[in-house]
Write a protein that binds this ligand. Sequence first.
Ligand code: CO8
Length: 257
Amino acid sequence: MGYENIRVETRGKVGLITLDRPSALNALNSALIDELNTALSGFETDERIGCTVITGSEKAFAAGADIKEMGSLDYMEAYLSDFITSWEQVSRTRKPVIAAVAGYALGGGCELAMMCDFIIAADTAKFGQPEITLGVMPGAGGTQRLTRFVGKSKAMDMCLTGRMMEAEEAERCGLVSRVVPADELLEEALKAAEKIADFSLPIAMMTKESVNRAYETTMSEGIRFERRVFHSMFATEDQKEGMSAFAEKRKPQFNNK
Ligand code: CO8
């Protein structure tokens, strides 16, 4: 497929998607989201790929949903088309996805980053949910995911004032996993993705599924889920390989079996 709003590459076992709509600071319009979903589906079904990185430009990961596209919608158009559902495909991927964020990650851009499994931020990153300044509120999970990441007080502050948060504050409050110098962002994100992709893919997928459970259930149910999945790992060849390799002091060769 020819892409107009994103660039799609593979780097070994890593899929790399670069949001590339510079004229609008990577504002997320429906064409871009369709392309993103197509690229994500491609990597999901590509057996060579073990992890995906989504990134943007130096200036913007994404400055939000496309305000100009969205502005004239009426209630019935918004309700019947349910256009936000198609945005959430990244949160339904089973393989790990890392967001590598430099510059603005605002509104839907911040929400997209939060749908990824973790966020690595450049020291130039700025996160925000400025929807209130436009007469709306976050609509792609922002009020829920941001609150789970950073707690009620800061989520209220961000959503009610619309202010931006710098990378350092974002790391301090748990929104991002690490902050790196801007010129090392892609390299660091790819390095993390390569590391993940070198492990057993089914084990990485089960690990992701278990961590995600923590957001959707009680502690005791989550631990029960984890235990069942953990037990099932002993049916994999990769568990045998990983533990034998440790005992034999060699690097494991995972087979995704
Ligand atoms: N939508 C459409 N166009 C945009 C957007 C956007 N979100 N952000 C920037 N642009 C465009 C500008 O209009 C401008 O275009 P042009 O050159 O044609 O005038 C170009 O990008 C460059 O932008 P600026 O000139 O404004 O650049 P600055 O460096 O001066 O400012 C800012 C950068 C501060 C990021 C500024 O562009 C800005 O405030 N942007 C809007 C941020 C925002 O409010 N985002 C939230 C959008 S609402 C949202 O995301 C709701 C999500 C809910 C889910 C929806 C599911 C579909």
